[in-house]
Design a protein around this ligand. Structure first.
Ligand code: XMP
Length: 508
């Protein structure tokens, strides 16, 4: 399979670059600059290399760098922003701090170059730099300029080395996608053969050869990643896979049954559903402090798995739903990292196993979803919004009781139904929170004293920051009417209009 190496120098768009390449059905791998050598790059047979941007200056002591040998491997290179400056510097050019930086949309004038085939002479590109290449290396020429930057792009066409000062990977660069296509297909001559069918076929063959006839265990949370990992592994090894699904009693309405029906009945998997509601609620009784709740749930998960581990005995493989962003975030391409999700993070220490397998570790979230759909998982499960491991525990403010969990489950289900009925593109995450405040109301002719329920919906790309979603008032109105009339015990509904920061997505 033709692969592009995205050599990571610490830029904020590194993942986006890999996404852009993969969108064109060419496999791309992000590797941190200090985790690979030029010799390894050659040995792995990459078809092209993209140097990413980064916050440093090439002439600063300790700034990320690379052996200049990488420019003589005969593999095409595209340097972006810092990547262009580093490439020029390694090739003998000079980089300087400009009197004035360029930030945001800038008009570039592009000359003739294979990189710019199909790109008009003048177009808009996204810039974010102060340093620039003040003297191009020998054998290189300038192929684009802007008013302020005489070297907006450079190339040694003979050696297939290209550098762009702007960011072709962001959508603000009008012809950025075209330039990346030119690099990948014209300059690197990649074949577009990366797709989810071939991924499934290759993975099934690989894990069948590796794991069939052995004992494989997977902790199923019901979230997208572990569900898709389970479906894929099941296709590879069938009954050799056992999934353990812990129902801690703090799941959303119908969630436990959806997981059981899908995996046990539809797929015919060995699924152990551990009904642990009572023991979790017992441990949580009287606890009001948010971090303590999380800790108790995390620890209780481990205890449940310890017990399951004793029943199962030694397993050969522990399968985890780690996905590519987890790998990159936690180890910048380090192969040995394990997802530190609270309910699986502790598993390796309590399960007696030989090796961890992570069949999705090369995939982005949208690729994971596509694999899930292709494997026959229900769209409801594949498109599921994120749900925190501690579940409704972080959405019940104050002490958690079964009564409160049941109230919240009903109210949350109504809110979700109303959103689903009214909004074609739902918010990225939306849910109800049961506050520990009660307020006075009037129902019929009688005074009521019930809980205040908060509705929350957020719009976000990455959940690191989020805006509250302007959902139509009619949706809030219908949800509020239904909740106060159908859920006894809740007599007031409010909508959370706080962004993150200063708030978080969850209330606890
Ligand atoms: P916050 O509340 O930190 O949430 O703004 C950001 C995203 O993370 C989810 N979240 C969790 N997920 N275990 C998880 O698996 C947790 O303890 C946890 N806490 C928050 C939250 O739902 C949102 O998507």
């Amino acid at each position: 399979m033709d692969t592009i190496l995205v050599l990571d120098f610490g830029g904020q768009y590194d993942m986006l670059i890999a996404r852009r390449v993969r969108e064109k059905h060419v496999y791309a791998e992000v590797v941190n600059y200090d985790k690979i050598t030029a010799a390894e790059i050659k040995a792995r047979g990459y078809k092209g290399i993209i140097f990413t941007g980064g916050p440093n200056s090439v002439y600063e002591a300790g700034s990320p760098t690379f052996s200049a040998d990488v420019l003589s491997l005969g593999i095409p290179v595209l340097g972006i922003c810092y990547g262009m400056q580093l490439m020029s510097y390694l090739a003998g050019g000079t980089v300087e701090n400009a009197a004035e930086g360029e930030y945001g949309k800038v008009e570039i004038t592009a000359g003739a170059s294979p990189l710019f085939n199909g790109v008009p002479a003048k177009s808009i590109a996204w810039m974010s730099h102060r340093d620039f290449v003040s003297r191009v290396p020998e054998g290189f020429k300038v192929i684009a300029t802007t008013d302020k930057c005489p070297t907006a792009a450079v190339a040694s066409e003979e050696k297939k080395l290209y550098g762009v000062q702007f960011h072709p990977e962001v959508t603000h660069t009008a012809f950025g996608n075209k330039m990346l296509e030119n690099f990948i297909f014209e300059i690197c001559a990649c074949k577009a053969d990366w797709n989810m069918e071939s991924f499934i076929d290759e993975s099934v063959a690989k894990y069948r050869a590796k794991c069939a006839g052995k004992k494989v265990l997977l902790a199923l949370s019901g979230g997208v990643d572990s569900s898709v990992a389970a479906a894929l592994m099941h296709r590879a090894v069938g009954d050799d896979l056992t999934c353990v699904f812990v129902d801690h009693g703090l799941l959303r309405k119908g969630e436990g049954d959806l997981v059981e029906n899908t995996f046990k009945h539809k797929f015919g998997m060995n699924l152990i559903r551990v009904d642990a509601e009572e023991r979790f609620l017992k441990k949580l009784a009287g606890v009001t402090e948010p971090e303590k709740k999380r800790k108790i749930i995390g620890e209780e998960f481990i205890r449940v798995f310890e017990e399951q581990g004793r029943i199962l005995g030694k397993v050969n493989y522990l399968c985890q739903g780690t996905i590519y962003p987890d790998v990159i975030e936690s180890g910048k391409g380090d192969a040995s990292t394990i997802k530190s999700h609270h309910n699986v993070g502790g598993l390796p220490s309590v399960i007696d196993f030989e090796e961890i397998v992570e069949p999705l570790r090369d995939l982005f979230k949208d690729e994971v979803r596509e694999v899930g759909l292709k494997l026959g998982l229900p769209p409801d499960l594949v498109w599921r919004q994120p749900f925190p491991g501690p579940g409704l525990a972080v959405r019940i403010i104050g002490e958690i009781t079964k009564e409160k969990a049941d109230l919240l489950r009903e109210a949350d289900a109504i809110f979700r139904e109303e959103i689903a009925a009214a909004m074609k593109t739902p918010p990225n995450q939306y849910f109800a929170v049961l506050t520990d405040t009660r307020s006075v109301g009037v129902m019929g002719d009688a005074r009521s004293y019930g809980y205040v329920l908060a509705l929350r919906a957020v719009t976000t790309d990455d959940f690191m920051t989020a805006d509250w979603t302007r959902i139509p008032f009619e949706v809030i109105e219908r949800a509020s009417n239904r909740i106060t009339s159908e859920v006894r015990g809740i007599n007031r509904v409010v909508y959370d209009v706080t962004s993150k920061p200063p708030a978080t997505v969850e209330w606890e």
